[in-house]
Design a protein around this ligand. Structure first.
Ligand SMILES: O=C(O)CCC(=O)C(=O)O
Length: 332
């Protein structure tokens, strides 16, 4: 691949709540927090222990025959397994019982009790395991949204996507590579909704995705016991370097009524953003009444207006290139 600029995500050893809130959180950039206590889970969560304590509660899992899971083309299957059987299979390379093939891979993103309405909460779905995991108390209890189990076979890669809430991803066991892209690189990621169409980020098809090289790659490898702060809207792509167990905690940092009430996953756009996107569709529909030449002209004017009104010029090189700084305004 033509070289994409790559930077390492900074690692902060032994940061406490005050240090996080003062030095890291306001930067709105990813950060690895090392040396914090996640509780007894780091030592205890072996395959056997997880199976015993998690029991045979049924879980819906992703089963894949290939390393890159692709949500847009759904190249994996959803299957239901008892939790203990799932953990056993996810930890092994070859399976005697399988759905698709003997070396299939497994991934769990745990869900709430009522999957359409309720966010995942480990203390409700897996109380016997939740007591081993200390959720970092970096935010107010009423900001808590969900705690989600992330359990993956070795080698499995989750597509690049963003979430709308702030996130602490705790890697409890196993190593995991995480690649992140800034929200300001959104136009280089070929988005379809909240997901990037660029599936193979290590060797992308540049004929299809030529601008992908312009996105700056932020990369880290999480070790057991690490926490990764993923600010809302930062794109992330994970690859399990070993069988591993993680938990991610989402919390709200916008006023509660900014979030879609029917969003158990924490990935629906905030209410004002959805309204703005609907308004854009209406505006485009209105332009459809004009000949192409006029649509092109007014489309360009709209882009300029949107850039002037919304971009933070100090943050984006591509913005600075496309707009003279004198034209950058802050919202009234
Ligand atoms: O750790 C993973 O496998 C995925 C994490 C993720 O997508 C998240 O924390 O939002």
């Amino acid at each position: 691949m033509e070289l994409q600029e790559t930077v390492s995500v900074p690692v902060f050893p032994a940061v406490d709540k005050d240090g996080f809130l003062r030095d890291i959180y306001p930067q709105r950039r990813p950060a690895v927090l090392r040396g914090l206590s996640l509780g007894e889970c780091v030592e205890k969560w072996t395959v056997e222990y997880l199976g015993e304590r998690g029991g045979d509660k049924e879980v819906k899992v992703h089963v894949s025959t290939v390393p890159h899971m692709d949500f847009l083309h759904k190249n994996f299957a959803y299957k239901t397994l008892p939790f203990n059987e799932f953990v056993k299979r996810a930890s092994e390379k070859k399976h005697s019982d399988f759905f698709l093939c003997e070396d299939e891979s497994y991934y769990l993103r745990s869900l709430g009790e009522d999957v359409r309405k309720e966010p995942a909460d480990m203390s409700k779905q897996f109380p016997g395991l939740a007591e081993d995991f200390l959720i970092p108390q970096f935010f107010e209890p009423d900001q808590f949204f969900s705690s989600v189990f992330r359990i993956s076979s070795c080698g499995l890669q989750l597509w690049t996507h963003y979430d709308v809430m702030d996130n602490l991803l705790a890697q409890v066991t196993g190593r995991k590579r995480v690649v992140l892209y800034s929200p300001q690189d959104a136009l280089h990621l070929y988005l379809s909704g909240d997901k990037s169409e660029v599936l193979d980020i290590d060797s992308p098809d540049l004929n299809h995705f030529p601008d992908f090289v312009k996105a700056k790659r932020h990369e880290c490898v999480l070790e057991p016991g690490d926490l990764l702060f993923i600010p809302a809207l930062w794109f992330h792509n994970t690859r399990a370097l070993q069988f591993g167990v993680g938990v991610n905690v989402f919390w709200r940092h916008l006023p509660a009524d900014s979030y879609d009430r029917k969003d158990p996953y924490g990935n629906k756009d905030p209410v004002p953003a959805s309204r703005a996107l609907q308004g854009l569709e209406r505006a485009l529909h209105a332009l459809d009444q004009l000949p192409q030449e006029y649509r092109d002209f007014y489309g360009r004017r709209m882009i300029q207006r949107i850039q002037q009104r919304t971009y933070c010029c100090s943050l984006s090189i591509s913005t600075q290139n496309s707009l003279p700084s004198s034209q950058c305004t802050k919202p009234a």
